[in-house]
Ligand binder design. Structure first.
Ligand code: FPP
Length: 228
Protein backbone atom coordinates (compact mmCIF):
# COMPACT_ATOMS: atom_id res chain seq x y z
CA UNK A 1 0.00 0.00 0.00
CA UNK A 2 1.13 3.57 -0.71
CA UNK A 3 2.90 4.97 2.35
CA UNK A 4 4.65 8.03 0.89
CA UNK A 5 3.10 11.42 1.59
CA UNK A 6 0.59 9.90 3.96
CA UNK A 7 -1.01 12.43 6.29
CA UNK A 8 0.55 12.14 9.75
CA UNK A 9 -2.72 12.56 11.65
CA UNK A 10 -6.10 11.50 10.23
CA UNK A 11 -9.32 12.16 12.16
CA UNK A 12 -12.64 10.52 11.28
CA UNK A 13 -16.16 11.68 12.12
CA UNK A 14 -17.88 8.29 12.09
CA UNK A 15 -21.35 9.19 10.85
CA UNK A 16 -24.08 7.01 9.36
CA UNK A 17 -24.39 4.06 11.76
CA UNK A 18 -28.08 4.76 12.39
CA UNK A 19 -28.96 5.02 8.68
CA UNK A 20 -26.95 1.86 7.93
CA UNK A 21 -29.17 -0.04 10.38
CA UNK A 22 -32.44 1.60 9.30
CA UNK A 23 -31.74 0.69 5.64
CA UNK A 24 -31.63 -2.94 6.77
CA UNK A 25 -34.74 -2.74 8.95
CA UNK A 26 -32.57 -3.11 12.07
CA UNK A 27 -32.56 -1.03 15.24
CA UNK A 28 -30.08 1.87 15.42
CA UNK A 29 -27.98 0.04 17.98
CA UNK A 30 -27.21 -2.61 15.35
CA UNK A 31 -25.68 0.20 13.33
CA UNK A 32 -23.42 1.13 16.24
CA UNK A 33 -22.45 -2.53 16.66
CA UNK A 34 -21.50 -2.68 12.97
CA UNK A 35 -19.68 0.66 13.32
CA UNK A 36 -17.76 -0.59 16.35
CA UNK A 37 -16.71 -3.71 14.41
CA UNK A 38 -15.35 -1.42 11.70
CA UNK A 39 -13.30 0.72 14.10
CA UNK A 40 -10.22 -1.58 14.39
CA UNK A 41 -10.36 -2.27 10.64
CA UNK A 42 -10.31 1.43 9.77
CA UNK A 43 -7.50 2.14 12.25
CA UNK A 44 -5.40 -0.73 10.87
CA UNK A 45 -5.93 0.32 7.24
CA UNK A 46 -4.86 3.89 8.06
CA UNK A 47 -1.81 2.75 10.05
CA UNK A 48 -0.79 0.38 7.22
CA UNK A 49 -1.00 3.35 4.83
CA UNK A 50 1.64 5.17 6.89
CA UNK A 51 -0.60 7.32 9.10
CA UNK A 52 0.86 7.78 12.62
CA UNK A 53 -2.12 9.11 14.56
CA UNK A 54 -5.79 8.22 14.10
CA UNK A 55 -8.48 10.15 15.97
CA UNK A 56 -12.06 8.85 15.95
CA UNK A 57 -15.15 10.73 17.14
CA UNK A 58 -17.03 8.10 19.17
CA UNK A 59 -19.41 10.22 21.25
CA UNK A 60 -20.01 13.96 21.47
CA UNK A 61 -21.30 15.76 24.55
CA UNK A 62 -24.40 16.57 22.47
CA UNK A 63 -25.00 12.83 21.81
CA UNK A 64 -26.42 12.62 25.37
CA UNK A 65 -29.60 14.04 23.79
CA UNK A 66 -30.23 10.61 22.19
CA UNK A 67 -32.53 8.02 23.80
CA UNK A 68 -30.94 6.46 26.86
CA UNK A 69 -30.93 2.96 25.33
CA UNK A 70 -28.92 4.20 22.34
CA UNK A 71 -26.45 6.06 24.57
CA UNK A 72 -25.99 2.95 26.72
CA UNK A 73 -25.57 0.81 23.59
CA UNK A 74 -22.79 3.06 22.28
CA UNK A 75 -21.08 3.05 25.70
CA UNK A 76 -21.24 -0.76 25.78
CA UNK A 77 -19.45 -0.96 22.42
CA UNK A 78 -16.81 1.56 23.49
CA UNK A 79 -16.26 -0.33 26.76
CA UNK A 80 -15.89 -3.67 24.92
CA UNK A 81 -13.41 -2.02 22.55
CA UNK A 82 -11.42 -0.57 25.48
CA UNK A 83 -11.39 -3.94 27.26
CA UNK A 84 -10.05 -5.62 24.12
CA UNK A 85 -6.74 -3.80 24.70
CA UNK A 86 -6.24 -5.62 27.99
CA UNK A 87 -7.46 -8.97 26.63
CA UNK A 88 -6.99 -9.44 22.91
CA UNK A 89 -5.86 -6.21 21.17
CA UNK A 90 -7.02 -5.79 17.58
CA UNK A 91 -4.87 -2.71 16.99
CA UNK A 92 -1.21 -2.22 17.86
CA UNK A 93 -1.07 1.39 19.02
CA UNK A 94 -1.01 3.58 22.10
CA UNK A 95 -4.63 4.26 22.81
CA UNK A 96 -6.09 7.39 24.38
CA UNK A 97 -9.70 8.09 25.32
CA UNK A 98 -10.09 11.85 25.34
CA UNK A 99 -13.00 13.89 26.62
CA UNK A 100 -14.77 14.78 29.82
CA UNK A 101 -15.03 11.99 32.38
CA UNK A 102 -17.93 13.67 34.18
CA UNK A 103 -21.21 12.10 33.09
CA UNK A 104 -19.65 8.84 31.86
CA UNK A 105 -20.33 5.56 33.71
CA UNK A 106 -17.50 4.68 36.13
CA UNK A 107 -16.98 1.20 34.61
CA UNK A 108 -16.53 2.73 31.15
CA UNK A 109 -13.98 5.23 32.44
CA UNK A 110 -12.13 2.43 34.26
CA UNK A 111 -11.98 0.33 31.06
CA UNK A 112 -10.64 3.32 29.11
CA UNK A 113 -7.92 4.08 31.68
CA UNK A 114 -6.95 0.37 31.77
CA UNK A 115 -6.60 0.35 27.97
CA UNK A 116 -4.40 3.47 28.15
CA UNK A 117 -2.17 1.85 30.79
CA UNK A 118 -1.96 -1.45 28.88
CA UNK A 119 -0.87 0.26 25.64
CA UNK A 120 1.32 3.10 26.89
CA UNK A 121 4.57 1.46 25.71
CA UNK A 122 3.20 0.44 22.32
CA UNK A 123 5.24 1.48 19.26
CA UNK A 124 4.94 4.57 17.16
CA UNK A 125 1.20 4.67 16.36
CA UNK A 126 -1.49 6.42 18.40
CA UNK A 127 -5.24 5.84 18.41
CA UNK A 128 -7.16 8.70 20.01
CA UNK A 129 -10.84 8.04 20.72
CA UNK A 130 -12.91 11.14 21.46
CA UNK A 131 -15.53 10.27 24.03
CA UNK A 132 -17.89 12.80 25.63
CA UNK A 133 -16.04 15.44 23.64
CA UNK A 134 -17.18 18.81 22.34
CA UNK A 135 -14.93 21.33 20.59
CA UNK A 136 -16.63 24.40 22.03
CA UNK A 137 -16.58 23.02 25.51
CA UNK A 138 -12.87 22.14 25.10
CA UNK A 139 -12.15 25.77 24.12
CA UNK A 140 -14.22 27.17 27.00
CA UNK A 141 -12.48 24.85 29.45
CA UNK A 142 -9.04 26.05 28.27
CA UNK A 143 -10.17 29.69 28.61
CA UNK A 144 -11.38 29.06 32.16
CA UNK A 145 -8.14 27.29 33.10
CA UNK A 146 -6.11 30.25 31.83
CA UNK A 147 -8.22 32.86 33.60
CA UNK A 148 -5.92 35.61 34.83
CA UNK A 149 -2.85 34.19 33.05
CA UNK A 150 -1.24 35.54 29.85
CA UNK A 151 -2.90 33.93 26.85
CA UNK A 152 -0.68 32.91 23.94
CA UNK A 153 -1.36 30.28 21.29
CA UNK A 154 1.11 28.04 23.13
CA UNK A 155 -0.37 28.51 26.60
CA UNK A 156 -3.88 28.08 25.20
CA UNK A 157 -2.96 24.85 23.42
CA UNK A 158 -1.43 23.49 26.60
CA UNK A 159 -4.89 23.63 28.21
CA UNK A 160 -6.67 21.74 25.40
CA UNK A 161 -7.58 18.09 25.92
CA UNK A 162 -4.78 16.49 23.85
CA UNK A 163 -2.04 19.12 23.65
CA UNK A 164 0.69 16.62 22.76
CA UNK A 165 -0.82 15.42 19.48
CA UNK A 166 -0.18 17.42 16.30
CA UNK A 167 -3.20 18.96 14.57
CA UNK A 168 -5.02 16.63 12.15
CA UNK A 169 -3.77 16.89 8.55
CA UNK A 170 -6.92 15.28 7.18
CA UNK A 171 -10.43 15.13 8.64
CA UNK A 172 -12.80 12.66 7.00
CA UNK A 173 -16.54 12.65 7.66
CA UNK A 174 -18.49 9.63 6.51
CA UNK A 175 -22.27 9.53 5.99
CA UNK A 176 -22.68 12.35 3.45
CA UNK A 177 -23.15 15.34 5.78
CA UNK A 178 -20.78 18.25 5.29
CA UNK A 179 -20.14 19.77 8.69
CA UNK A 180 -17.72 19.46 11.60
CA UNK A 181 -20.30 19.17 14.41
CA UNK A 182 -17.99 20.65 17.03
CA UNK A 183 -15.10 18.35 16.10
CA UNK A 184 -11.61 19.61 16.97
CA UNK A 185 -12.61 23.23 16.40
CA UNK A 186 -9.24 24.69 17.45
CA UNK A 187 -7.07 21.96 15.93
CA UNK A 188 -8.82 21.85 12.54
CA UNK A 189 -7.76 25.38 11.49
CA UNK A 190 -5.57 24.10 8.62
CA UNK A 191 -6.84 20.54 8.25
CA UNK A 192 -7.85 19.28 4.83
CA UNK A 193 -11.51 18.23 4.86
CA UNK A 194 -12.89 15.21 3.02
CA UNK A 195 -16.56 14.23 2.97
CA UNK A 196 -17.63 10.83 1.76
CA UNK A 197 -21.08 9.35 1.23
CA UNK A 198 -20.29 5.88 2.60
CA UNK A 199 -22.03 5.18 5.90
CA UNK A 200 -19.43 4.42 8.59
CA UNK A 201 -19.99 0.62 8.74
CA UNK A 202 -19.34 0.55 4.93
CA UNK A 203 -16.23 2.76 5.15
CA UNK A 204 -13.46 0.40 4.03
CA UNK A 205 -10.16 0.18 2.18
CA UNK A 206 -11.56 1.52 -1.12
CA UNK A 207 -13.08 4.62 0.50
CA UNK A 208 -9.98 5.18 2.66
CA UNK A 209 -7.67 4.94 -0.37
CA UNK A 210 -9.84 7.50 -2.21
CA UNK A 211 -9.61 9.88 0.77
CA UNK A 212 -5.82 9.48 0.97
CA UNK A 213 -5.43 9.96 -2.80
CA UNK A 214 -7.54 13.10 -2.63
CA UNK A 215 -5.37 14.38 0.26
CA UNK A 216 -2.20 13.80 -1.80
CA UNK A 217 -3.62 15.94 -4.59
CA UNK A 218 -4.15 18.93 -2.28
CA UNK A 219 -1.72 21.81 -2.03
CA UNK A 220 -1.33 22.87 1.60
CA UNK A 221 -0.29 26.50 1.95
CA UNK A 222 -1.11 27.25 5.59
CA UNK A 223 -2.03 30.81 4.63
CA UNK A 224 1.11 31.28 2.49
CA UNK A 225 1.41 31.23 -1.29
CA UNK A 226 2.43 28.49 -3.70
CA UNK A 227 6.21 27.98 -3.59
CA UNK A 228 7.81 27.93 -7.07
C1 FPP B 1 -22.89 8.77 14.40
O1 FPP B 1 -23.75 8.03 13.55
C2 FPP B 1 -22.19 7.84 15.27
C3 FPP B 1 -22.17 7.90 16.62
C4 FPP B 1 -22.85 8.97 17.39
C5 FPP B 1 -21.51 6.86 17.43
C6 FPP B 1 -20.23 6.32 16.86
C7 FPP B 1 -19.94 5.07 17.56
C8 FPP B 1 -19.34 3.96 17.02
C9 FPP B 1 -18.79 3.91 15.66
C10 FPP B 1 -19.25 2.70 17.80
C11 FPP B 1 -18.48 2.71 19.06
C12 FPP B 1 -17.14 3.34 19.00
C13 FPP B 1 -15.94 2.73 19.27
C14 FPP B 1 -14.71 3.55 19.33
C15 FPP B 1 -15.79 1.28 19.48
P1 FPP B 1 -25.33 8.25 13.66
O2 FPP B 1 -25.87 7.20 14.54
O3 FPP B 1 -25.63 9.64 14.05
O4 FPP B 1 -25.76 7.97 12.19
P2 FPP B 1 -27.03 8.54 11.43
O5 FPP B 1 -26.68 9.95 11.01
O6 FPP B 1 -27.14 7.63 10.26
O7 FPP B 1 -28.20 8.47 12.34
Amino acid sequence: METSLAPRHVAVIMDGNGRWAEKRGLSRINGHIAGAENVPKVANILFAAGVEIVTLYAFSKENFARPQAEVEGIFQRVKAFALSFTERPQVNARVYFTGEEEGLPADLVAACRAAERATKSNGDKALNILLNYGGRSEILRAARLLCGEPVTEESFRSKLLFPDLPDPDLIIRTGGEKRLSGFMLFQSAYSELYFCNALFPDFGVREINSALADYRSRERRFGGIKTP
